[in-house]
Design a protein around this ligand. Structure first.
Ligand code: ZN
Ligand code: ZN
Ligand code: FE
Length: 761
């Protein structure tokens, strides 16, 4: 099976009744690809198994040679272990009880619609709500099923005779296109002043909005799944004003580019990345900025960040606006700080009133808030960091089925909820951090939504062990029986779910924070699953975290915690501590640690990254979670050293503990002796991967699963994958579910399946 890979391909769109299955069959036979194709009401599924090159060319020809009448509205590919198929078969549709209801995600405008929109002779010339059977809004406008116009927010727009004719004509490309509309009968746009005064309408409004953005003003635009805030990406002052008003210090903004060519002027784009940018899902893609690149994007958009979040226009309105603007534009969620996105134009005047100068709005209601998805290519495959528009609510089709639906409430940050119904695992769109009332409201709505849309009555509710998570309190108020799932067990289970692993594995769950079985803050965990239960196999050596959550923002506190663990009260005189904290602050920190006041013990890898960043002098404060850890990653990207620090291993308290003492000493001494921060950061990455390889060896397992927010770090992920492979292990990581806490809800569901199934498969 050497070199053999298996791709699981899910296609949605017009693929039935146009000879798609025979086409797939012939293509697979011709190429010598094994596996199967199956057409179900939830979409067309293919498994293709062969050498990597053959599967790649199968995928390529699948896209380019598909039957003329077929469309692929959405495509999801996941790479998993080969199953050992001996031939290629057409499988017959699953005959399970009630048919699967399929709700499509919102889909980027298609080429045919764009051509019409740009044709002065077409009746939808410059019409911002053009769509067809293959494109347009779906999930964001559906109120209930079945998916018919009266059940969408388009019900308030009776079709004109011409639209009606197209809608009823089976030969028309708008046959049964539920959101179809035209300038005569459909929604339209307006430009509002901050007080709600209408100053322009139709294309004039779009042009003026673009002009305002180019003139340095901030425009709030009602988009597909919510409001976005727009500002000229090249204009330092505009970007700075947006940051101040939105109260967003340094967290990077995403940028929408008018064209692929304009992206290339600023960033390095690979073929895979270009395909993702142009895909129907049209996500925000994190890609490398060009060295000393163009000035088309202000440094202030993503300060100090070698990557930029890039997207192309995905709705007709975005296309019109971007071609009128003709330059890159910051397009960030229309919210204050990290609250959920605003969806209603009247409410936006209040919520975004202090941020935007002008409002580009329309009268098609948004029923469901759907944020932009975020993707990056890591280890040669797309990895979703935020699963929302374009992906939600498509289910993962699992190889097992549950008798009764199960609901999972996920974690606290980057929250999502998930529902398992038969063999389908639905993950909700990204909700956000459950830190604000609007976010909690959104959690409640999303739970109601998921349950009503799929008409599923969950028999059990799963939640995190953390007693103070808002999702935990929410679960407690639900009538169903509850089950807790430990945070890092859920992380490992979520990566197992999408890789379809059921047997024993070893896993590294590395993140910032998770409530441990012992009440401590876990986060640098080695987890073992023996086929029946999850156990904590090992972890980093514990250290105190003075101030608890305060350390998330103040990275120097993590460093102080490590030094205290190493030196005891003498840490107060350590040059790092004296250099960063004033005398009274030092005393206070020390007292907190000595008396264990508001000072939890932790094994967090995220906080170890923070501490290293602080000790290296890269950052001592983080404006947002993970900023210091990212600085360590970026510094390490500038070094190729093969050196590493030493580390101690201790078998204590029933688990193996990896000691960071030599890292802390090495990093600090290196700084004092003038070694580059890049080398030290690189050595740190190598050292933690050495710990991982050591732990994997001790576990005796061959399959190694990588999960948790730390594995969003591409250098860490790729180093771990390479080293594990060199040592004979088989590494697995995230592709469709986020490695961060956005994957927790799905992990809770799969954890329950793995630990309660009665027959081992
Ligand atoms: Zn279209
Ligand atoms: Zn019409
Ligand atoms: Fe986590």
């Amino acid at each position: 099976m050497n070199g053999v890979v298996r791709a699981k391909i899910a296609l949605r769109g017009v693929v039935q009744g146009v000879g798609f299955r025979p086409f797939v069959y012939r293509l697979a036979r011709e190429l010598g690809v094994h596996g199967w194709v199956n057409n179900t009401s939830a979409g067309l599924f293919i498994e293709a198994e062969a050498s990597r090159t053959l599967v790649e060319s199968f995928l390529h020809r699948l896209r380019s040679e598909r039957p003329t009448l077929s469309r692929i509205v959405s495509e999801e590919v996941a790479w998993v272990d080969p199953a050992g198929y001996g031939a290629f078969d057409i499988r017959h549709s699953d005959a399970e009880g009630r048919p699967a209801v399929l709700i499509l995600p919102d889909i980027a405008v298609c080429g045919d619609c764009l051509r019409e929109m740009n044709d002065p002779a077409d009746r939808r010339y410059r019409y911002p709500f053009i769509n067809c059977t293959n494109c347009g809004p779906r999930y964001s406008i559906i109120r209930s099923l079945p998916y018919d116009r009266p059940n969408t927010t388009m019900d308030r727009f009776p079709m004109c005779p011409e639209c009606e004719r197209e809608y009823r004509d089976p030969a028309d490309r708008r046959f049964h296109a539920q959101p179809t509309a035209c300038p005569v009968c459909g929604p339209h746009v307006e430009l509002w002043e901050a007080d709600g005064t209408v100053t322009a309408a139709h294309y004039d409004a779009v042009q003026r909005a673009a002009g305002a953005v180019c003139g340095g003003r901030i425009v709030a635009m009602k988009g597909l799944g919510g409001f976005q805030l727009l500002a000229d990406a090249a204009n330092d002052t505009a970007v700075r004003t947006l940051r101040e008003r939105k109260r967003r210090d340094e967290k990077p903004f995403a940028v929408m580019f008018p064209s692929m060519e304009s992206v290339r002027q600023v960033c390095i784009v690979s073929e895979d990345e270009e395909r993702l940018l142009r895909s129907p899902e049209s996500p925000i893609l994190l890609i490398r900025k060009k060295e000393g690149g163009a000035t088309a994007v202000s440094e202030n958009v993503a300060p100090g960040n070698p990557f930029l979040g890039v997207m192309l226009p995905y709705t007709p309105l975005h296309h019109l606006l971007m071609s009128a603007a003709g330059r890159p534009v910051v397009a960030t969620s229309g919210n204050v700080s990290d609250e959920p996105m605003c969806t209603d134009e009247r409410q936006a005047l209040t919520t975004l009133g202090g941020i935007a100068d002008l409002f580009l709005v329309h009268d098609r209601p948004i029923h469901r808030y759907v944020d932009d998805s975020v993707v990056r290519i890591a280890a040669g495959r797309p990895a979703l960091l935020r699963r929302a528009r374009g992906y939600a609510p498509l289910p993962l089709i699992m190889p097992y089925s549950t008798d009764e639906p199960v609901l999972a409430l996920g974690g606290h940050l980057k929250s999502t909820v998930a529902l398992q119904d038969r063999n389908m695992l639905f993950v909700s769109q990204h909700i956000g951090d459950l830190e604000t009332l609007p976010a909690l409201e959104c959690l409640k709505e999303t739970v109601e939504d998921v349950v009503t849309l799929y008409d599923a009555r969950p028999s059990v509710v799963l939640h995190d062990r953390h007693p103070n998570y808002a999702s935990t309190s929410f679960a407690r108020n639900l009538p169903q029986p509850k089950e807790e799932v430990q945070h890092h067990f859920a992380h490992i289970a979520s990566a197992m779910a999408e890789n379809e692993l059921e047997g024993p594995v070893f896993g590294a769950a590395w993140d910032g924070t998770g409530y441990g079985l012992d009440g401590a803050i876990w986060g640098g965990e080695f987890i073992r699953f023996d086929g029946r239960e999850f156990t904590r196999f090992g972890s980093l050596r514990e250290f105190p975290l003075p101030g608890g959550d305060a350390a998330v923002k103040e990275s120097a506190r993590s460093a102080a915690g490590l030094l205290y663990e190493l030196l005891g009260p003498a840490a107060e005189e350590h040059p790092f501590v004296t250099g960063h904290f004033g005398p009274s602050e030092r005393r206070l920190l020390l007292q907190m640690m000595v008396k264990r006041i508001n000072t939890p013990r932790t094994t967090s890898m995220g906080r170890l990254f923070d501490a290293v960043g602080a000790l290296l002098g890269l950052r001592t404060r983080a404006a947002f979670e993970g900023q210091t850890a990212m600085a360590v990653e970026w510094a390490a990207m500038g070094s190729n050293t093969a050196d590493a620090f030493a580390f101690g291993v201790d078998d204590r308290d029933g688990r193996i503990q990896y000691d960071w003492a030599d890292i802390v000493r090495g990093v600090w001494n290196g700084r004092v002796s003038g070694r580059s921060a890049a080398d030290a950061a690189r050595m740190f990455h190598t050292t933690v991967v050495d710990m991982l390889v050591d732990a994997a060896r001790r576990s005796g397992e061959r399959k190694v699963v990588l999960s948790g927010g730390c594995f969003q770090n591409v250098l860490l992920l790729e180093t771990a994958i390479r080293r594990l492979r060199e040592e004979g292990f088989v590494p697995y990581w995230h592709q469709r579910l986020p490695a961060n806490d956005g994957g927790i809800a799905a992990g809770q569901l799969y954890y329950r399946y793995l630990t309660t199934r009665t027959t081992a498969r």
